[in-house]
Design a protein around this ligand. Sequence first.
Ligand code: GLU
Length: 278
Amino acid sequence: MKARRLGAVAAAATLALTLAACGSGSGGGGGAGGDGGLKVGIKFDQPGLGLKKGTEYSGMDVDVAKYVAKELGTSEDKITWVQAPSAQRENLISTGQVDFIVATYSITDARKEKVSFAGPYFVAGQDLLVRADDSSITGPDSLNGKKLCSVKGSTSAQKVKDKFAQTVQLQEFGTYSECLPALATGGVDALTTDDAILAGFAAQPENKGKFKLVGKPFSVENYGIGLKKGDTALCQKITDAIKKMQSDGSLDKAISANLGPANYKPGPGNPPTPAACS
Ligand code: GLU
């Protein structure tokens, strides 16, 4: 009799704990957002895309993240911005340090082994940034013997290793902005990553006249929003938000407001159709 009652109490306690866990803020199962706030991964050092200046965050990815958060029921002031360097993105997602990542994050099969993606919402292409007075690099075919800088864990560095390993020396940093001083002083001959990122760097007032974008893209980078692997409910909600942002014109506005000042125009493949969540 007594044992049975204890059992019932224990069962009720377990149920209460389970219910509490389900209701707590930014959990999985598509339950992220609402009044519990959101932790969102972005880049902190990519002008026009994801940039932190003091306590201000700006860029296309920041605007996309704010729009998506709003659709998930979270207002801007309830977003915690988390720096998401290229090599740390999958880990930040799988350990729950962020609810999702909007950070020039290309959708790839290798990454899909560890995380899920909503999108794409934007298409960029890998390109080269060189010193303004360098006429020896005109595209991916003129990299023989050159020193390149890129970032660990990026598709950009991977492409160099896959395609140009024999002829090119690659230096990898943790973030793209770290490559700029090396490029300016001749430590490397080019910085390679997505054209949208490079255009943003070239247009910075402090870089004016120093660098030029080669303008011969040699990859297709489909930007997605990374989230916990298999969280189809969250993926669906974010996909719906992206589609709404496309159809009501907010995404176009965010693109021109953030990338227009760098004279960047979205290339082929834009606007992309977001894929189905699986
Ligand atoms: N879009 C590429 C990637 O996801 C390069 C830019 C980046 O590293 O964020 O790897």
